[in-house]
Design a protein around this ligand. Structure first.
Ligand code: 4NP
Length: 158
């Protein structure tokens, strides 16, 4: 991977899981002094232009992260050229992303976020949309663990 990797976080709506992941990745990388480029996107077009869900913003704020500046956009095929790593929050997102891959080679950039999880490798980050605040806390914990492991890997490869 390049010295300043470009990483895209992807979920369905781009208003809950992937903006939480983006906020964590950008702030935790900065705290470590790691230079990376981050963005997030949704496979659906339902929430384009929206700020993160208030429940996602509240969970992040409680944990010391501000994601109020982020706005939803839709995942596009060109993202395979623009980013080094495309991280899907769940298997359904990953399948939708793979359908848009311009080539088999570029498709290898798309992976599951929890492939970096300590204890949940290969699992989905559960969609917190229909549940309560505790679902967002669970998402935060899963993401914080996986993103710290990913940052460890990036630091080792630097
Ligand atoms: P996200 O959550 O994919 O983590 O942003 C969702 C947001 C909206 C919907 C579903 C999931 N929705 O059905 O509108």
């Amino acid at each position: 991977m390049s010295t300043s990797p470009k990483i895209l976080l992807v979920c369905l709506g781009n208003i809950c899981r992937s903006p939480m992941a983006e906020g964590l990745l950008r702030d935790l990388a900065e705290r470590r002094g790691l230079s990376i480029t981050t963005d997030s996107a949704g496979t659906s077009r339902n929430h384009i232009g929206e700020a993160p869900d208030p429940r996602a913003q509240a969970e992040m704020r409680q944990q010391g992260f501000d994601i109020g500046d982020l706005r939803a956009r839709q995942f596009v095929s060109a993202d395979y050229e623009r980013f080094d790593l495309l991280l899907a929050m769940d298997g359904s997102n990953l399948r939708d992303m793979l359908r848009l891959a311009p080539s088999a080679h570029l498709a290898t950039k798309a992976r599951l976020m929890l492939d970096w999880s300590t204890a949940m490798a290969g699992s989905d980050v559960p969609d917190p949309w229909y549940g309560g605040a505790e679902g967002f806390t669970h998402v935060f914990r899963l993401l914080e663990d996986a993103i710290n492991n990913l940052l460890d890997e990036l630091e080792e490869g630097r």
